[in-house]
Design a protein around this ligand. Structure first.
Ligand code: C2E
Ligand code: MG
Ligand code: MG
Ligand code: MG
Length: 278
């Protein structure tokens, strides 16, 4: 009867909840051991100049290969890391790894123009951020102009004065700033116009369903036009098809990123040379 089956449904639901809760607690406990166990690595995904196919830079993305559970999705990892404040350790570790990789590429005369690193809001508003970044890039003698920080549009929930101050402090170091996942949050034109930002990254959810979704086509056009009007460069995330590439080329969108060119790969496997863009 109804009573019985709904009770069963609850039981199954409870078990699922319990399992995901257990997983979370377990991962919270495991995360602080991940670095010393060498379970974290940095993967890189190329950004491509849509006009010529040249490599414009790489985006660094963290990977956690847990000895029992295997790959932990980055979104899950970052959410746990933020909650436990372990994100600060991971962020410092990422920046160091990226600087080491840049040093190695330079030594091997591989030309990697630029690397971007994601900063979540907890990292962005950390009082030690500026000092940490300065210290690490000095230590590895990396020119700050070769680094870019990606900040998601969701920081616009916070006080604009505070964001402004932090961005200026970062810009003063000499690094580039990109707004990530643009179009998904609530940030307004005012933010883009007012903040010292260099690059806008159009979120994959818009690029994904081009050319079927007329609304997303319109939004993508508007974002590119507005960014250009403000003197910003644009990266389109998640390009998977030639049609998507051609549409973005027709808008003079400067850069593209996505599986059409390359998935994120380990530092040793970064594709060099030119990509096919016509
Ligand atoms: P994101 O910064 O927007 O990164 C882009 C995500 O889209 C990456 O997922 C990438 O693998 C995926 N992607 C790129 N091109 C394509 C495509 O053509 N098709 C599809 N289906 N997916 C594509 P990933 O590596 O799972 O990272 C997810 C998010 O986790 C990132 O989104 C970023 O916000 C965060 N994240 C990753 N690494 C770090 C990190 O070191 N620090 C911080 N704070 N956040 C990170
Ligand atoms: Mg990003
Ligand atoms: Mg993104
Ligand atoms: Mg995205």
């Amino acid at each position: 009867s109804y009573a019985v089956s709904s009770q069963m449904a609850y039981k199954i639901y409870d078990q699922k909840m319990q399992r995901s809760f257990d997983r979370r607690l377990y991962l919270e406990k495991e995360l602080p051991k991940a670095i010393e166990r060498q379970e974290l690595t940095v993967f890189y995904q190329p950004k491509v100049l849509l006009e010529t196919g040249e490599l414009s830079g790489l985006e660094a993305l963290v990977r956690w290969d847990h000895f029992r559970l295997g790959m932990v999705p980055p979104d899950e990892l970052i959410s746990i890391a933020e909650e436990t404040k372990y994100i600060h350790r991971i962020g410092e570790w990422m920046l160091r790894e990226v600087c080491k990789d840049i040093q190695n590429w330079d030594k091997q005369r591989l030309h990697i123009p630029q690397v971007s690193i994601n900063l979540s809001p907890v990292q962005f508003f950390d009082d030690n951020l500026i000092h940490t970044v300065k210290t690490i890039i000095n230590q590895y003698h990396i020119s700050p102009s070769r680094l870019e920080f990606e900040i998601t549009e969701s920081i616009s929930m916070f006080d604009i004065e505070q964001i402004d101050q932090k961005l200026y402090d970062l810009k003063r170091i000499g690094v580039q700033i990109a707004i990530d996942d643009f179009g998904t949050g609530h940030s307004s034109l005012v933010y883009l116009q007012r903040l010292p930002v260099d690059v806008v990254k159009i979120d994959r959810s818009f690029v994904m369903d081009i050319p079927e979704n007329q609304g997303h086509i319109a939004l993508t056009k508007a974002i590119v036009a507005m960014a250009h009007e403000l003197g910003l460069k644009v990266v389109a995330e998640g390009i998977e098809t030639i049609e998507q590439q051609q549409f973005l080329q027709s808008l003079q969108c400067e850069m593209g990123q996505g599986y059409l060119y390359s998935k994120p790969v380990p530092g040793k496997e970064v594709p060099l040379g030119c990509f096919e863009v016509v």
